[in-house]
Design a protein around this ligand. Structure first.
Ligand SMILES: *C/C=C(C)/C=C/C=C(C)/C=C/C1=C(C)CCCC1(C)C
Length: 72
């Protein structure tokens, strides 16, 4: 359990760090404001997918671990 929670903390920390980093890079990558907005959209969508899948997986893992340990 402890490791699942520390893993979750890491996923949240790294997953969320993508947003400000992506924000910064979006402006570096884009040659025009429209380009930056497009780059930011892609980065945010990727970060969203990563965060949601990683979070869903870890919750699923905790649920499975919990139900397994309470079986016997
Ligand atoms: C599933 C969606 C999640 C976890 C969204 C998290 C969003 C953020 C942590 C957004 C952070 C931002 C900054 C830290 C600065 C630049 C603007 C934002 C809103 C992208």
């Amino acid at each position: 359990m402890q490791s699942a929670f520390s893993l979750m903390r890491w996923i949240v920390t790294i997953g969320w760090a993508i947003y400000p980093i992506g924000y910064f890079f979006g402006y570096l990558i884009g040659k025009s404001p429209a380009d930056s907005a497009a780059a930011l959209n892609i980065i945010y969508n990727l970060a969203d997918v990563l965060n949601k899948i990683a979070f869903g997986l870890i919750i699923w893992k905790v649920a499975v671990t919990e139900s397994e340990s309470s079986k016997h």
